[in-house]
Ligand binder design. Structure first.
Ligand code: UDP
Ligand code: MG
Length: 305
């Protein structure tokens, strides 16, 4: 098996037929032995039925049905674990990652003899607000991450077997695939493309899911939240020292007695600093707890080989 294509799908009944027809055609054109690994992430529409229908006509399709919706990141892990190709493509199942680019990715990785080629978006045909906060996230993430991160790269990429093996060694609960893909090192090349808007169906990554993903990325690839605590704490100490000077000066210059405002300000300042600390530390403890529980990242209902 030369090439596997992993596609996570959650309620994509509007697009799945067209998607697989396109992916299939592009893979046939490449002319190597291939498989398509579709992970049905607990859809509650007829995505799975449609997949099985397509499977009846295309033996190259493998369908993994998860027991419920585990989220995009877990679905990618499930797909990678079931892909057997020498090279593995990961792509979204809504045609925003154009199937025509698979050939480009495949040629690039063969020519460069590298281990990862990521597709980077020049432009996104997406709503202005979403484009804006995704850009803000990428900027922040790039500057706070301990590893070098790519801007404007999503899941779309091709991986060598060596890279897939490396990525599957990560056992953390909250996986952020683009972050891990940068973490592993190896030769990593880029291909640029214009990302079209979603034409069928609606986005399955709700704002809530996107913000949770951003938090996962930042908490697992950066010390920044805990550092922020430290800096806030230190600035609190500076304010406290200034307040002492102010108090003493006012006392000895006869400006005192001063009223409740200074006391009140000090209390609210330190109160809020402490609450921020507790929030961030709580988040770390929650994450440690999750890791210790070591639950499976996804559960399979059925594999249709
Ligand atoms: N997806 C998934 N599980 C989820 C949410 C999304 O498998 O819980 C899939 C979805 O079907 C699509 C891909 O992940 O194939 C990207 O999702 P979407 O296009 O909704 O995200 P966006 O492009 O809006 O960020
Ligand atoms: Mg999309």
């Amino acid at each position: 098996m030369k090439l596997s294509v992993v596609i996570p799908l959650y309620n994509e009944s509007a697009v799945v037929k067209l998607l697989l027809a396109k992916v299939h055609q592009n893979l046939v054109d490449i002319g190597e032995a291939f498989e398509m690994v579709c992970v049905d992430d607990g859809s509650n529409d007829d995505t799975l039925d449609q997949l099985l229908e397509i499977k009846a006509a295309h033996q190259e399709l493998k369908v993994i049905s998860l027991s419920r919706n585990f989220g995009l990141q877990a679905a990618i892990v499930a797909g990678l674990e079931h892909a057997h190709g020498e090279y593995v493509v990961v792509m979204d199942g809504d045609l925003q990652d154009p199937p025509e680019l698979i050939a480009t990715l495949f040629q690039k990785i063969q020519k460069s003899k590298g281990d990862v080629v990521s597709a980077v978006r020049n432009d996104r045909g997406e709503k202005r607000a979403k484009r804006f906060y995704i850009r803000v996230f990428h900027k922040i993430f790039k500057s706070v991450s301990e590893e070098k991160q790519l801007e404007q790269a999503g899941n779309f990429c091709i991986l060598s077997r060596r890279a897939v093996t490396a990525i599957l060694k990560f056992t953390e609960q909250n996986r952020y695939f683009p972050g891990i893909r940068n973490f592993i090192g190896f030769q990593h090349d880029l291909v640029f493309y214009d990302r079209p808007n979603r034409t069928e169906g609606i986005s399955k990554m709700s704002n809530k899911k996107l913000f949770a993903l951003a938090a996962d990325a930042i908490y697992s690839f950066s010390k920044w939240p805990i550092k922020l605590c430290l800096y806030l704490g230190l600035s609190g100490v500076v304010v406290f020292l200034l307040a002492i000077v102010y108090t003493l000066v006012s006392k000895f210059t006869g400006l005192a007695p001063f009223g409740w405002s200074s006391t009140f300000l000090a209390i609210s300042f330190f109160g809020s600093v402490q609450l921020t600390f507790l929030g961030v530390i709580g988040e770390y403890i929650y994450r440690i707890y999750k890791e210790v529980q070591n639950r499976p990242v996804y559960l399979i209902k059925e594999v249709y080989e």
